[in-house]
Design a protein around this ligand. Sequence first.
Ligand code: SAM
Ligand code: DTB
Ligand code: SF4
Length: 344
Amino acid sequence: MTQIRHDWTRAETLALFALPFNDLLFRAQQVHRERFDPNAVQVSTLLSIKTGACPEDCKYCPQSARYDTRLEREKLLELEQVIAQARRAREQGATRFCMGAAWRSPHDRDLPQVLAMVREVKALGLETCMTLGMLAPQQAQALAEAGLDYYNHNLDTSPEYYGEIITTRTYQDRLETLEHVRNAGMKVCCGGILGMGEALADRAGLLVQLANLSEHPESVPINQLVRVAGTPLENAEALDPFDFVRTIAVARIMMPASHVRLSAGREDMNEQTQALAFFAGANSIFYGERLLTTPNPEADADRRLFQRLGIHPEPAPAPAEMACRTAPQRGAERLWYEAAVGGG
Ligand code: SAM
Ligand code: DTB
Ligand code: SF4
C-alpha cells in the first residue's frame, strides 16, 4: 500500500509531471485502486447562499465587487430557500450539499443563520460543506458544533504565484484558516485552480503545499478556471486538457487517501477529458446545473456519462459514521439509477 507522505519536494513532484502520460496515468490508477472503488464517484451539489459584492480581489472570481461581471448580487438566502434547494439536490441523488458565500469572512451577525442552515441540511440526511472565507477559531468551533462535516478553503495556487492573483489576503491567512478548521475537528476540502497563467512549477508548488499539510485534506478540488467576462482573467489562455489530467494524476499519487475532485470547468471539457480525469484518480464532482454563479453540466448529462462509463455515485458514509442518515436518502440513491436508466 502506498505510504501517506508529508515530505514531498518540488523536484520530485516535477519529476512526476515529467513522466510520459501513460506511465503517469498507470501509476495514478494503481494508487487509486489501493484505497478506492475505481468506479465510484462522490457527488456534491453547490449552492451560493450569498452572491456577489465580495470585497476581495481574487482575479478569477465573478463575485468580486471590483470587477464588472454583470452578476446579480443577492443577500444571504433565507433558511427555507436553502432547505428547498438541499431537498432538490437530495432528490437528484447528491450526498453532500456545499454552501458558498461571497465573503472575506463571515460576520458574527450572520453566523446564527448559517448555523441553522448546517443543522437543517444535515437533518435531511445530507453531508454538509461550507465555504465562507476566512474563519476565526471560535467560528470554526461553532460550525463544527452545528454539525458541519467539511469546510472548503482553497490555497488556489503556489505561494510564489499567489500574489499575482489575490492581494487582499495572504497565503498565511489561508493556512491559518485551514488550521482552525482542523483544530475544530472538521474535514478539510482544499485545492486550487489551473489555467490562471501559472507555470508548471506553480502547479507542483500548490500540490506540495497540499500534500505537506500536517494531514492531507480529505477532499482536494482541482478547478479549471472558468473564464468569466469582466474578470482580469477572462482572456487567460485555455488549458491543455492533458495538463489538467496530469495534475489530477499527480494529486492522486501525492494524496493517495484523499478524494480528488474534478471541480469547476467541466462545462468547458468534453466527456473524454472527464473520463481520463476519472481514470487519473478523480473521484468526486460537483453535480447539478450550477456551480456557484456559473453553469455546470446538466444532471441528466452527468447521469448518462456515469452510465456510459459504468460509474456509480459513491454512497454517503455508513450510518455508523453518520447517525442521521435517513430513509429518504437511500430512496434518492435508487432514484439515481432509475433516472439514469430512463435517461440513457
Ligand atoms: N469567498 C469564499 C472564499 O473565497 O474563500 C468562498 C467562495 S469562493 C467562490 C470558493 C472558491 O471557488 C475559490 O477559492 C476558488 O478556488 C473557486 N473559484 C472562484 N471563482 C472561480 C472560477 N472562475 N473558476 C474556478 N474556480 C473558481
Ligand atoms: C471549489 O474548489 N470550487 C467550487 C467550490 N470549491 C466552492 C466553486 C467553483 C466556482 C466557480 C465559479 C462560480 O460558479 O462562481
Ligand atoms: Fe470573494 Fe471568494 Fe470570490 Fe475571492 S473567491 S472574490 S473571496 S467570493
